[in-house]
Design a protein around this ligand. Structure first.
Ligand code: FES
Length: 242
């Protein structure tokens, strides 16, 4: 496991990229493999817990996180301005495996947060993104994807429909996906039929992020697993019916 550190970082930017969705950039030399996450907070004691956020991007001297405002903690994060400080604990989790060949990345909604660094680091991957509302950060993905298709409910910014309507696993050696469970289950069904390996990144509520509290436990074919410590990336056949 990577050395985990608790560090302060200074906010460089916190832009609202879609209604209620923010891209938080923080200064510092941080590390993360694609698919890993940090526990993030910008408050002292209340709320008690850090928020788990995927490392969206890394560049020399900067790390960024994509998050949606879902409760008090993320609302506090959304009010951060450049120059203010936040605490980062990580990098945490296993991250995506090295791809075995031709790779497809499939993201739904805020699940795209776990995929950008993978597209950038692995290179040559085709990316499929789906959004319930107006698409966001599409141009950023276009710069790092070999191919890009986008689906949204209105058809704005791409094709009308769900990401599961535009993705087919044929021709890929592996697919990495993150998004709502029904989306992951549908992708698994398609990959299973096509004989394509699928890895999924699960989004669960977390308390400690370190494997100690068992608050993020999911039940897999191999028994209970902690999303923070054993995941967040799992082989799809561990978490879905074959
Ligand atoms: Fe505590 Fe995963 S969040 S064990």
């Amino acid at each position: 496991m990577d050395a985990v550190a608790l560090r302060w970082a200074v906010v460089r930017g916190n832009a609202e990229v879609a209604p209620g969705v923010f891209l938080l950039r923080a200064e510092g030399a941080f590390r993360a493999r694609p698919g890993q996450f940090y526990m993030v907070r910008a408050w002292e004691r209340d709320p008690l817990l850090f928020r788990p956020l995927s490392a969206f991007d890394l560049s020399p001297g900067e790390i960024s996180f994509l998050y949606g405002v879902r409760g008090r903690g993320t609302r506090l994060l959304s009010r951060l301005s450049p120059g203010e400080e936040l605490e980062l604990l990580g990098p945490l989790g296993n991250g995506w495996p090295e791809p075995p060949g031709r790779l497809a990345l499939v993201g739904g909604g805020l699940g795209i947060a776990a995929l950008y660094l993978a597209a950038k680091a692995f290179g040559g991957a085709d990316v499929y993104l789906g959004f319930p509302g107006r698409p966001f950060l599409v141009e950023a993905f276009r710069e790092v994807a070999a191919g890009l298709r986008v689906a949204s409910e209105s058809g704005e910014g791409g094709e009308r429909g769900l990401v599961t309507d535009i993705f087919s696993p044929e021709g890929y050696d592996a697919c990495y996906a993150c998004g709502p469970r029904p989306m992951l289950a549908a992708i698994w069904e398609a990959c299973r039929r096509a004989g394509v390996a699928l890895f999924v990144s699960l989004e669960e509520r977390m308390a400690c992020g370190l494997g100690a509290c068992l608050g993020c436990t999911v039940f897999t074919k191999d028994g209970p697993k902690r999303v923070c410590r054993d995941g967040p990336v799992f082989r799809a056949e561990e978490v879905f019916d074959a």
